[in-house]
Design a protein around this ligand. Sequence first.
Ligand SMILES: *Cc1c(COP(=O)(O)O)cnc(C)c1O
Length: 420
Amino acid sequence: MKDATKCLHSGYTPGNTEPRVMPIVQSTTYVYDSTEEVAAVFDEPTRSLIYSRFANPTVMAVERKIAELEGGVGAMCTTSGQAASMLSILNICDAGDSFISTSEIYGGTVNLFAFTFKKMGIECIFVDKNATDEEISKAFKPNTKAVFGETIANPALSVLDIERFARIAHEHNVPLIVDNTFATPILCKPFDFGADIVIHSTTKYMDGHAVQVGGVIVDSGNFDWTKGNFPGITEPDESYHGISYIDTYGKAAYITKARMQLMRDFGVYPAAHSAFLLNLGLETLSVRMKQYCENALKVAKYLEQHEKVESVTYPGLESDASYELGKKYLKGSSGVISFVIKGGKEAAMRFMNSLELASNEVHVADIRTCVLHPASETHRQLTDEQLVAAGIEGGMIRFSVGLEDVDDILADIEKGFAKV
Ligand SMILES: *Cc1c(COP(=O)(O)O)cnc(C)c1O
C-alpha cells in the first residue's frame, strides 16, 4: 500500500460484521478463564493483553499504523513527545553512559538531555551538525550508546544529513535515533536512509488538530544490537525471569524491551480515547502534509521578496542553507517557516498583534495558522546576548502555516506588515 492508503487502512482490519472504525476499548484490564493463563502472561507479556498501563487494543492499532507508515517492525505510543524522547534513550542508556545529540533540536529535548538526564547520570554530548566526520567521531566515548538528531530541526528548520549521521553512528556500533516530528513519514522515512529508531511528537502534524499531546517510538528492526555494547538488550532481564530480548524477540528486541520494561515501570501510556483521536488525524495525514507544503512554500516565497523582511528560513527555498539536503531527504518542506522582520523585537510584536487570522499560540503544526515570537515568548528568560548566542533575533517570527486558503493567509500577513 502507498502512504495515503496506509493512513486509512493500516493497523485495523475489521472482520465480518465488526465495526468499520477501530472501537475505543476503554478498559484498564482484560479477563482470563484461569489463573494459569494469567501466570503465563506474566512470564511472557506479549502473549495477550493484561493491563492498559502498557498495552491496549485501540492504542496498538495506531501503533501498527505508524509502524507501517515509517516502515518499522513495531511502535509504541507514549503520552507525549517528551516521553518518547526520554524512553528512546533510557531503553539503551544506563547511569554512567553517554549519547551524542546534534545541538539543533527542540528546546524541551535540550532540557531533558542536558539537565534531567544529567541528574540521572546520563551524559548528553552535543555536536554541531555541520562539524566534520572526524570532529563528530572525536565526540564518542567508550560509554556512548546512541546518536540523536531531528529530520527538520525545531525551531532551527535545518535538515539533518541522515545518511551521514547513520554512517558515523554505525562506525561506532551505536544506533541513530531520529526525531521525525516535523517531516512525518509522509515527507521523510528516516529508515530508508539508515536511521535505526524514529520518534515523534504526535502532538504536531500527526494529530494535526491541536486536540491531544502524544508521542511514539518506532523501531526499524535493522540495528544489530549484538555488535555493540547493549547488555540490556542482549543479556537476561532479571525483572522478567531472565528473558533476553534479542534471543526472544529478534528484530523487535528494542521496541519489545521498551514496552515490557520501561512502559511497565514508568506507565506513560496513552488512553484509548487519545489514540482514537490520534487515529482520526493520521487518516488524513497524507493529504494534509501535501497541502501544508504547498501553502508554506507560497508563503515563504512571498515573505522572501517582501521589503519588510530581512531573511526567511524554509528548506524549500532555493536560497536556504538546507535546500540541497531537503531535496535529498524530503518530499516537501512541511509547514513551518521562520523569518526575521526588519525593525527587531518591537516590529515583530506589532506585526503579530495585528494579525487577525493567524493566532498567537505556543504551538506549531496545527491545522490553523499560528505564530510565535521566540524572543518575547518561548525564550523570554534569555538576555539579549544569550538570544544572539542561541541564534534568536529579536525580529524572528515562527510562522506555522495552516490549511486555510493560502490567499487568506497572505492577506493576513499583509495586514500585519501594514501596521509595521
Ligand atoms: C513538540 C516537540 C517535541 C515534544 O513533544 P511534546 O508532545 O510536546 O511532548 C519533541 N520534538 C519535537 C521536534 C517537537 O516539535
